[in-house]
Ligand binder design. Structure first.
Ligand code: GLN
Length: 548
């Protein structure tokens, strides 16, 4: 089949769910038997978001191959249930780095290098790599930011050119906009959408579909108005009010006939009947009154929930599978250090310490781990959270009061977490961590092995520091076992307390492999332990399998 391209741009404002919409459309097509890949074009100059603060950008999502990417890639993987690779992520920084390297090699034979054609050609080359490398028939390409941004111009121009390169019957343009609500007159306004479409047209692209987002119900006459004023077929106007259950979006788009219109326009025939039963079950379960399980998430960027997007989703997936409502209390680790925020921790049925870097709040996290261990509250440590659990154990069980990670105290006399030998001497920050999937061998009979129900699993990593093997024996003797290690036994991957309802930490990030229909086994085990503490009745109904 000829490769089909669906391009998604945004207008009016950003952060209105363009990524989720793109992901959901991917699911509509996958449900009809097509192989789908999704790519995100990010117009910023950074080579990847790996060096950006989560305050700027939200979570850094990690792929199997170790690419550090935008959190939208997480939505794509969760909704379409695919594993993406580095071709699915592209930034202005990467494009320029490549073009400048070629120029330095002399590849352009004396030519002047310009945005058109060299930069746009490089963007097109990288878009063209997706179907080939991912083996996909349909490629969805989402452009970050909003139309009108200076940085996105070369990307929009590349998308425009692709229409003539591959034939207009093989491309489809979607524009996602926002309808503001005016309180005084209690109405939604389409004018910004009209302006934004006009701006896109000025760049040579006429959208064939407009996904109109709003915080309330969008009346049909408004859709007609958008169709008329923006010159889009009425079938191409998709009203998308904000919903409380994100996983309902594919079902809503299905009801609105989005897939049918897309396929008509791209000349595609449905290969199989979509089966939405699993998604309907998820949405039904999400809407149902369920016993609440309180989880205190102790982190550094807790004001910005996007910084923990995958953790939040993985907890939700586990809750849905178990028939409980996971309520997250966002606790600032630095506040705990000042004695504030402990009510949330004390009220919690489980404590989770997610990944993180640098020393701010670290003592608060250690104190939260101590509280969880001593009070037998289920604890789940993700990457840094596992390191925190080890530091706490060394200090308060083994009695090394100055135990620490050399990340926070390079002079610690008991460096229970230390730099990996191959990380010493690295000074560059970008893409130099231990990144991507590595195998982990599970210890038979351990809590981890029981949860996974297997022997070897593969999980995604993003860290520089490791458990210090010199401390392994002392830990073992005092009840902390290393139930997951690298197959050569050199690296600790999972630590767990034998005598505790659930105190387990992973050096990897299990949250990146949790999917709504396939919750991650360790999240399920954690939420189950927390539910038991809460006295909630668990009605597990989803079979759990690992991605290993
Ligand atoms: N800062 C720690 C390390 O580099 C943990 C990283 C993380 O939590 N992702 O090892």
């Amino acid at each position: 089949m000829t490769i089909k391209y669906i391009f998604v741009t945004g207008g009016v404002v950003s952060s209105v769910g363009k990524g989720v919409t793109t992901a959901a459309i991917g699911r509509l097509l996958k449900e009809r038997g097509f192989t789908v890949a999704v790519q995100k074009l990010d117009p910023y100059i950074n080579v990847d978001p790996g060096t950006m603060s989560p305050y700027q950008h939200g979570e850094v999502y990690v792929l199997n191959d170790g690419s550090e990417t935008d959190l939208d890639l997480g939505h794509y993987e969760r909704f379409v249930d695919i594993n993406l690779s580095k071709v699915s992520t592209l930034t202005t920084g990467q494009v320029y780095a490549e073009v400048i390297a070629k120029e330095r090699r002399g590849d352009y034979l004396g030519g002047t290098i310009q945005v058109i054609p060299q930069i746009t050609d490089e963007i097109k080359r990288r878009i063209g790599m997706v179907p080939e490398q991912a083996g996909a028939e349909i490629v969805l390409v989402e452009v970050g930011g909003t139309v009108g941004d200076i940085e996105s111009l070369p990307f929009i121009e590349a998308l425009r050119q692709i229409r003539s390169d591959v034939g207009r019957e093989n491309v489809f343009y979607i524009h996602t906009t926002w309808l503001p609500h005016i309180g005084a007159t209690n109405e939604l306004k389409t004018k910004p959408t009209q302006h934004s479409v006009r701006e896109l047209r000025a760049l040579g692209i006429s959208p064939q579909m407009i996904v109109a987002r709003a915080d309330r119900t969008i009346p049909p006459d408004l859709c007609e108005k958008i169709a008329k004023f923006c010159d889009v077929d009425p079938r191409g106007v998709v009203p998308m009010p904000t919903v409380d259950v994100m996983y309902e979006i594919p079902l809503l788009l299905e009801k609105l006939g989005v897939a049918g219109y897309l396929m008509d326009m791209l000349g595609l025939e449905e290969r199989k009947q979509p089966d939405w039963s699993a998604w309907e079950r998820i949405v039904k379960s999400a809407r149902k009154e369920k016993p609440a399980v309180r989880v205190a998430l102790v982190g550094k960027y807790v004001e910005l929930h996007d910084a923990y997007m995958s953790v939040k989703e993985a907890l939700a997936h586990a809750g849905l599978a178990l028939g409980v409502q996971v309520e997250i209390d966002w606790v600032h680790a630095a506040e705990l250090e000042k004695g504030r925020g402990w009510e949330e921790v004390r009220a919690a049925d489980g404590v989770i310490v997610p990944g993180g870097f640098d020393s701010r709040g670290i003592e608060g996290k250690i104190a939260a781990a101590q509280y969880a261990r001593e009070n037998r509250v289920p604890y789940f440590g993700l990457c840094l959270g596992m390191q925190v659990m080890a530091i706490e154990f060394a200090r308060n069980v083994l009695g090394y009061s100055e135990a620490n990670s050399t990340e926070f105290d390079p002079a610690s006399p008991y460096p229970v977490i230390d730099l990996m030998p191959d990380q010493r001497g690295i000074s560059e920050k970008g893409a130099t961590m231990r990144l991507g999937v590595y195998p982990c061998q599970l210890q038979p009979g351990s809590i981890a092995a029981q949860a996974y129900g297997g022997e070897v699993v593969e999980e995604r990593h993003r860290h520089r520091f490791e458990f210090n093997n010199a401390a392994r024996e002392a830990f073992n003797e005092h009840g902390m076992r290393f139930s997951g290690v690298s197959p050569d036994n050199r690296l600790v991957e999972i630590a767990e307390l034998a005598e505790h309802p659930y105190m387990l930490g992973t050096q990897f990030h299990p949250e990146f492999l949790s999917r709504p229909t396939r919750p991650h086994p360790l999240f399920v085990a954690f939420v189950k332990a927390a539910a038991e503490r809460a006295g909630a009745k668990v009605e597990a109904n989803v079979s759990v399998e690992s991605n290993g």
